[in-house]
Design a protein around this ligand. Structure first.
Ligand code: PLP
Ligand code: ZN
Length: 560
């Protein structure tokens, strides 16, 4: 299917591909890179792809498989690129996209790695293999190995949640629990493979693995080109580049395979003349296991291993990133970007925000990338116009209680089944009625329907508010006068009657004088305008710069 050579990252020696190749035959370095004939592939690629299916094998010329008959596929790749509008409004960044890798066959982006690696194994005639994993790789390999007729030994740290281990076993893999860290599990797995003379999957150092992850970049660039249809440039001509790179690519990192592959993909697209530049990269780790972020902050070329990871997000527990760090840092040195880390709690909060604001439910490891996004926005590193793609790499996981907090369910108590026939219908209706007790009422007055939806969503997700909405100042005033809400959320810039005028009218009328008002505005206020609001409102929030819980806590304060 493809024509490529392997080039040694250290001495430049060129070698033909073989899956079991331990490294460069000349200098024994383990890191080899696949190179293709970019100059001849680039110009024809978009036209060829136009008639192909959407799974990742559409890029077959650029993948290290020789014979299509060896491909083991479950329809991986081709995942949606979803614009997150509510989140974008909240952060004041309107071009945020989520690469939704949850929609992969086993629910994580590791299916890309599994399809390539297992197909390569099949092509090499391998029938037994060993892998070490923090969970998702093992699940994915187990599924693909089942189809390929390959026996898989999966070494998992005992920190991996039991549900993930069982999923792996369901596919027929032999699960081996290692008490200890992920780094330790890798050592034991490698020893086992050596003793039994079995194929050991070398993760990041495997050519197939890196090559698989570059398809994320290819898909993003194709999808973004469609989302931002080619606009004429300032001199009236259409853009010279058929595809489009984001300004930022953000991913949660353990060993770093995902971003290493994705960055190789962007660089290849640039070489092929399909995009105009390579994006900045943000690698986000969990604070309790952040060897890369620590080293990056100190400007080091190699990362110091974390011996005992202290995070509950076990998926991201590579303590020793080895050369993976150095390679990623080189991409950042060349194209810009950052390595950051976030607390477990910040990731849990991001799980909740993405689920309730966008309907995207993900595992905490994937949410680490979103918590990183919030941090980079807060620090002003990501600008208002930047096109940002966040890799949402893992599926929902049995939801940890700390993510939800209290009050996430309400009870309906029914009598035992035998006596249900005798339950008076009214009793049941009254019980259901009580479920919907909307204790406080809030009026939202804003002429921007997106802003109204965002505020409504923030309130709904918290529960029992009766919400009234008005799209103009005049309507808002009438609504407030007739409904007497417990609180008003008011925009300032509205045509005809603006927020200041609504506020003056409310304060001049005895029946509305005491209703608390929270102003949510996109306007940068002059000192005189600020003065006008002083003493008149309960709080002031700038649109695009507050998170859901900040608005909620202002509301709760104003209502008490
Ligand atoms: C959901 C999820 N996110 C992120 C990662 C980090 O992977 P890597 O650093 O190897 O790209 C993993 C690894 O298993 C994962 O499953
Ligand atoms: Zn070499």
């Amino acid at each position: 299917m493809s024509n490529f050579v392997l080039v040694c990252a250290d001495c430049g020696h060129t070698v033909p591909f073989a899956p079991n190749l331990p490294g460069c035959p000349q200098c024994h370095n383990e890191w080899l890179e696949a190179r293709y004939d970019y100059a001849s592939l680039g110009p024809n690629l978009p036209a060829r792809l136009a008639v192909r299916g959407k799974d990742l094998w559409r890029y077959r010329e650029l993948l290290p498989i020789h014979d299509a008959a060896n491909v083991i596929s479950l329809g991986e790749g081709g995942t949606p690129l979803v614009k997150v509008i509510n989140l974008g409004l909240m952060l004041g960044r309107l071009n945020i996209y989520v690469k939704d890798e949850r929609q992969s066959p086993t629910g994580s982006f590791k299916d890309r790695q599994a399809t390539l690696s297992v197909s390569v194994m099949k092509e090499a005639g391998i029938t037994e293999a060993v892998v070490a994993s923090t969970g998702n790789v093992a699940i994915s390999y187990a599924a693909y190995c089942a189809r390929a007729g390959i026996k898989l030994y999966a070494f998992l740290t005992s920190l991996v949640p039991a549900e993930k281990m069982r999923e792996c076993a369901l596919y027929g893999a032999q699960v081996i629990k290692v008490t200890g860290t992920y780094d330790r599990a890798k050592e034991i797995a490698q020893q086992f493979a050596r003793q039994k003379n079995l194929y050991y999957d070398r993760g990041l150092r495997s050519v197939a693995a890196v090559e698989s992850m570059k398809t994320i970049a290819y898909e993003i660039a194709e999808q973004l080109a469609q989302a931002h249809a080619a606009r004429p440039t300032s001199n009236g001509r259409h853009a010279r580049y058929p595809w489009r790179a984001p300004d930022w690519y953000i991913q949660a990192v353990s060993g770093g395979l995902g971003p290493l592959g994705a960055m190789k993909g962007f660089v290849e697209l640039h070489k092929m003349g399909l995009i105009n530049r390579v994006p900045q990269l943000a690698c986000i780790q969990a604070d309790g296991c952040a060897p890369m972020a620590h080293a990056f902050r100190r400007g080091l070329e190699t990362a110091e291993p974390v011996l005992v990871p202290r995070t509950h997000i076990s998926t991201l527990s590579t303590g020793n990133p080895g050369r993976g760090y150095t390679l990623l840092k080189h991409y950042i040195d060349e194209h810009g970007g950052v390595m950051e880390s976030v607390a477990d709690d910040e990731a849990y909060r991001a799980v909740h925000v993405l689920a309730k604001m966008e309907g995207l439910s993900m595992e905490p490891a994937a949410a680490v990338a979103f918590a990183g996004l919030f941090k980079l926005v807060r620090e002003g590193r990501i600008g208002p116009e930047d096109v940002v793609v966040v890799n949402c790499s893992g599926h929902t996981f049995p939801i940890q209680i700390e993510i939800l907090g209290e009050g996430w369910s309400r009870d309906v108590e029914l009598p035992p089944a035998e006596s249900q026939a005798a339950t008076p219908q009214e009793g049941l209706l009254a019980a259901l009625e009580r479920l919907d007790e909307r204790v406080r009422s809030i009026a939202i007055v804003d002429d921007n329907p997106d802003a109204v939806r965002l505020i409504r969503r923030i309130l709904q997700a918290k529960g029992a508010y009766q919400i009234y909405e008005a799209g103009t100042g005049r309507e808002g005033l009438a609504l407030i006068r007739s409904r007497h809400p417990d609180l008003v959320v008011l925009d300032l810039m509205m045509p005809e009657m603006d927020g200041f005028a609504v506020l003056d009218a409310l304060r001049a009328d005895e029946s509305t004088r005491d209703i608390p008002v929270i102003v949510v505005t996109a306007k940068i206020l002059t000192p005189a305008e600020r003065e006008r609001l002083t003493g008149q409102i309960d709080s002031l929030l700038q649109k695009g710069s507050f998170m859901d819980d900040e608005l909620l806590s202002d509301i709760i304060n104003a209502l008490t």
